[in-house]
Design a protein around this ligand. Structure first.
Ligand code: AP5
Length: 206
């Protein structure tokens, strides 16, 4: 089974995918996490991506599609795609290499995501996601790594990323609706309820 999480920055894609990936028996593929790893390693791809990410723009399709193809070539497992595809060109490229069984569309507003992302903290070591609303520590509960704020998590960049989402990525809801694959979720509610709701959808498409 292959599943896609669609939704604006801060909708909860990464948080929910991390909670469900093991029980669903899938691998988590987050293009955002992959790009941040390239940046951390200081690779050419990472240096290129940094400029786009810090300005809240999308990294070019050719770079993203090449990176995803390389990753998919290394696994036989089903995938939980998080943050990919983000353009129609990426969705068309994905259609050529994988069959998609369901698309979870996390819907929310710009005000909700600005508040969430301004409080987001990530672990430098394992990438676990926290929020100051429910965790006030400075180290990761899972691995002890130091928590940090993403360079693109400023209010200005979040608003820009939200606009980019509406222009470039939201059309994918229609793209996958035409294939009868979309499950719409109101992502503004309690995260535990959202995890349960989506777990039930995954069971129903298995
Ligand atoms: P990426 O890392 O994918 O960022 P994003 O899509 O902007 O999404 P976020 O990680 O900001 O949000 P999320 O939905 O995962 O929310 P989270 O679970 O963390 O991409 C970053 C950049 O890389 C892009 O801007 C682009 O430049 C580039 N890029 C990546 N993929 C690309 C692609 N395919 N093509 C081109 N460029 C690409 O939750 C946010 C916060 O809210 C957390 O603190 C969490 O604890 C909290 N939270 C979550 N759910 C709830 C809830 N229900 N209630 C309360 N709080 C909640």
């Amino acid at each position: 089974m292959n599943l896609i999480f669609l939704g604006p920055p801060g909708a909860g894609k990464g948080t929910i995918a991390a909670r469900l990936v093991a029980s669903a028996g899938l691998e988590h593929l987050s293009t955002g996490d992959m790009l941040r790893e390239e940046m951390k390693q200081g690779t050419e791809l990472g240096k290129l991506a940094k400029q786009y990410i810090e300005e809240g723009k999308l990294v070019p399709d050719s770079v993203i599609i090449g990176m995803v193809k390389e990753r998919l070539a290394k696994t036989e497992a089903g995938i939980m795609f998080d943050g990919f595809p983000r353009t129609v060109a990426q969705a068309e490229a994905l259609d050529e290499i994988a069959k998609i069984d369901a698309v979870i569309d996390l819907e929310t507003t710009v005000d909700v995501v600005v508040e969430r992302i301004c409080g987001r903290r990530l672990c430098k070591q394992c990438g676990a996601v926290y929020n100051v609303k429910w965790y006030s520590g400075s180290t990761c509960e899972k691995c002890g790594g130091e928590l940090y704020i993403r360079a693109d998590d400023t209010e200005e960049t979040i608003r820009k990323r939200f606009d980019v989402y509406l222009k470039e990525t939201a059309p994918l809801v229609d793209y996958y609706d035409a294939k009868g694959l979309v499950h719409r979720i109101d992502a503004t509610g309690d995260v535990n309820e959202k995890v349960e709701e989506i777990a039930a959808i995954i069971e129903s498409v298995k």
